[in-house]
Design a binder for this molecule. Structure first.
Ligand code: FES
Length: 574
């Protein structure tokens, strides 16, 4: 703590008279001794535990371990719940509720006597929602990720969360997997506590926390079931008390340099395209200048050096045993692609954290000089079909399709796609470009992960597993394919994607960063005149979401949530 800075919590627990009585007395019904209110740092443990969020269902144990660390360091830990976003069950999509959960986090922190925060994050959106909310308060904060599940194992084969679901679905479609086998694989894939163990969005965001410096070293990869995950939580509990004393607030860690480190780390791990919208939104909250073009510019020289599904063959457990993210960050540092002096939650610089990291398996983490894939970074495409940009993940795509011209087969929305895709009369071949509209932030609504449309059965039966697909949707981080995503503006906002028709020719040229609809401006103007805006939802949160969500190129935050209000002490209530 800097000398003359008073702890926020003393405004509740350290005041005389009836106000102090109120604040302390009711807390004492939980059995806290009087000395807990003596001016020691109060640490909020923001918990996304929920049985409806299976990836975070072990968080009660993790929270207890954080508390141990806080007590050891002389702090007073208080756990509180926030909205938990479970990827597998919530409809229409968790992305619809990311900003809502962030509001819960922000207001819960600001309204309470909290001096520092530990964020317990795991399943995809639980990470960005908590970090966004906390960033708008800007207190000392450390992230503890819940950790990935143990590797999936099914009939002698290593299987990865999500990634193998797409594969199994394709095999079932062409009659090469039985219903019994499909059912049997379920428990074999998800066989321990933790989040998806591929380099999907959860693992990517856990890696982003470590690369940004918000998580302690090794945060990204320790399996949830490994006792060292609990040790990390305990150490984070100790560390947050020191961070409060050092006044090491989020804004001192989330600098431009930190975001540049994270973007390059995302390229090196072959991370999820979802990180693009989440990091843009987090940067917007903390007030760091970051835009979509930064992703392309900073990621261009970064090869993918992590051989994990969905782009590769290994899984997060293997990544941890190989040395984990510290090795990747060290490789980036040695290649001149890391801001070594960026400050981190450990109290040390990024380079002090990782400079002696050792790799124990060069099949899993390759050297920069001999990378797993030469192109790791996210590409940002523009053109008359995506005036404000679209994203593309080259490490998950087929090189042979990255320059392609094809005839559009258009699906007006996800229901239209489902109704048509396996129609034997659908006029489609492997050279066509599949186009999906109205699945962007407003369109679905909620920007769902449907961009990697499954191919028609009649094409899969030919042994073809990839085609060019374009949409304003997102894609699961566990998915793969030659897929253009996040087209902005989206179709539901009247973006040019809304104007594409069956039979139009579309050109994709990833090297030139170009996505082009080969239709004359005059023709497009005519189609634009005939376009009608979809009807907005009538009431409730969906209405607020619709009226305020920003487009994908701006991170999909609400317009009124961008920025920080800090954590002033709110007015007394009694
Ligand atoms: Fe929770 Fe994948 S479903 S991380």
């Amino acid at each position: 703590m800097t000398k003359d800075k008073k702890l926020r919590s003393t405004e509740w627990f350290g005041v005389p008279g009836k106000d102090g009585f109120h604040h302390r007395s009711w807390m004492k019904n939980q059995g806290f001794p009087d000395d807990q209110f003596d001016g020691r740092p109060v640490i909020g443990i923001c918990n996304t535990w929920s049985e409806l969020t299976p990836c975070n269902a072990h968080f009660r144990i993790l929270a207890e371990r954080v508390k141990r660390g806080v007590y050891e360091a002389g702090g007073f830990p208080l756990e509180f719940p926030v909205m938990s976003l479970g990827e597998t069950l919530m409809r229409p999509t968790t992305m619809m509720f990311r900003n809502l959960a962030s509001m819960d986090v922000e207001e819960s922190i600001r309204a309470n006597p909290i001096d520092g925060v530990v964020l317990l994050t795991g399943c995809d959106k639980t990470t960005p929602s908590l970090v966004m909310g906390a960033a708008s308060c800007d207190l000392p904060t450390v992230v503890v990720s819940g950790g990935p599940m143990l590797n999936g194992r099914w009939r002698g084969e290593q299987i990865g969360s999500g990634t193998h679901v797409w594969k199994f679905e394709e095999l079932s479609k062409i009659g090469e997997m039985t219903v019994e086998g499909f059912r049997d694989a379920e428990a074999c894939m998800s066989r321990s506590v933790g989040h998806c163990m591929t380099m999907g969005t959860a693992s990517t965001m856990a890696s982003m926390m470590e690369a940004l410096g918000l998580g302690l070293p090794t945060n990204a990869a320790i399996p949830a079931a490994d006792s060292r995950r609990n040790v990390l939580a305990q150490l984070a509990g100790r560390r947050i008390v020191a961070m409060v004393k050092e006044d090491l607030r989020m804004s001192k860690i989330l600098t431009r340099e930190a975001f540049e480190n994270a973007i390059r780390a995302n390229g090196a791990i072959g991370g999820s395209t979802n990180a693009v919208v989440h990091l843009l939104a987090i940067a917007g909250r903390i007030g760091t200048d970051l835009n979509l073009e930064d992703w392309d510019r900073l990621g261009r020289d970064v090869p993918c050096i992590v051989n994990l599904m969905p782009s590769g063959e290994f899984l997060m457990e293997d990544f941890y045993y190989a040395g984990g993210l510290p090795v990747v960050l060290r490789e980036l540092g040695e290649a001149g692609l890391l801001h070594k002096g960026a400050l981190t939650a450990s109290g040390k610089t990024m380079w002090e954290n990782v400079h002696d990291a050792e790799c124990f398996n060069r099949q899993v983490i390759t050297p920069m000089s001999d990378p797993f894939k030469s192109e790791g970074g996210i590409c940002v495409l523009t053109g008359n079909l995506a005036p404000n940009g679209a994203v593309f993940k080259p490490s998950a795509a087929s090189p042979s399709l990255m320059q392609h011209r094809g005839r559009a087969v258009v699906f007006e929305d996800i229901d239209h796609y489902k109704a048509r895709i396996d129609d034997p009369d659908l006029d489609i071949d492997e050279n066509c470009v599949m186009v999906l509209k109205n699945c962007g932030p407003k369109g679905y609504p909620g920007f769902s992960e449907v961009g990697n449309m499954a191919l028609p059965a009649k094409i899969l039966q030919k042994g073809i597993t990839d085609m060019v697909r374009i949409s304003d949707a997102r894609m699961s981080g566990t998915a793969y394919g030659t897929v253009v995503l996040h087209i902005s503006p989206e179709a539901a906002e009247g973006g040019p994607l809304a104007l594409v028709r069956d039979g139009d020719m579309i050109e994709l040229d990833v090297a030139a960063r170009r996505l082009h609809l080969d239709v004359s401006e005059e023709e497009l103007d005519g189609r634009r005149g005939a376009w009608t805006k979809p009807i907005a939802p009538e009431r409730g949160y969906w209405r607020m979401y619709h009226d305020h969500v920003l487009q994908a190129d701006s991170g999909c935050d609400f317009d009124f949530l961008v920025g920080s209000s800090g954590a002033p002490v709110p007015r007394e209530s009694h």
